[in-house]
Design a protein around this ligand. Sequence first.
Ligand code: PPS
Length: 327
Amino acid sequence: MHLQIELFSGELLDLMRKVYNDPNISDMVKFDGVTMPEQYEKLADAVENFQVRDDDIWVCSFPKTGTTWTQEMVWCIANNLDYGRGRVPLKDRFPNLEVSVHADFPEIVASNPDIQIPEAVVDSIKYIANSPSPRFIMTHLPFNLLPRQLRTGEKKPKIVYVVRNAKDTCISSYHYLRTLEDLQGSFEDWCNLFLQDAVMYGPFWKHVLGYWEKRTEGNLLFLKYEDMKQDLPGVIKKTATFLGKNFTTDQLLSLTEHLSFENMRANPATNNEDLIRRIKKVTRSTVDGKFMRCGEMNQWKFEMSPDIIERFDRWTRENLKGTGLYF
Ligand code: PPS
């Protein structure tokens, strides 16, 4: 394994244990500075050596920043608005490269024969490697953990990166994980983990800036969730141009409608309800919640205390100083 492993310890580890209420939380470690489950070690070489194709289309993001929304937009654009084929679940049309790391899926399948887990999840890398071109690949990995051929520029497929302001990302991840895993600890505890980069795929700002620095290389489009909320047709047009597509005004309107929060929430191919149901069967979480939760900007105004807001804003200012990126 080519990555350096660092363990969590002390008060931070105690806080992780409290929040996850899971004796195995010590299994969350840092791989070259990136917080991941320990079992990432088993996948790391396969990710590093993954054979990228020039005609792949990638969506990369930190979790809960608008990944699903961006995937559906990119897939529809690249497939000339083929809403018929778009009825296939997004998780199969646009699989996540490293999803197999999130649990021991073969073991789950073996001990829960009534739970169907798609091939794209059980062995995601094999599923994607065997898929015909053009492949649509999603990853939450930061730039420094991407397959070598992407990092070195040996292969230059199109990459769309989406980011969301850190406060709303933190809130969205808290609600999502509470629903999935019956997360313990308070919201403030979760914010403390987030601010200390002790949530999966963190450090948040290193993730964002790793891709931001590549935005002028020609094969990377950098999008913001907030721009999609404020001007979705404008973002669709920009993305279509990036992907070499041109649409009529009517087509643009139909895609804008298709991508509305209400429509994606009602669409079984994109709302992830089936996935959540299956995960909850395994985790036995009884918390009620939806993947397509509220889909709004500035939720932090209602959910964060002035003190937490100030800490997030300071953290953001410190990390973005001199980068040209702002929120
Ligand atoms: S994941 O699990 O990392 O793939 O999650 P991700 O898709 O990145 O983020 C989920 C949040 O995106 C919101 N979302 C949308 N907002 C507005 N419009 C549309 N169409 C849309 N689709 C998804 C989703 O509701 C989650 O945000 P919150 O704030 O929790 O509602």
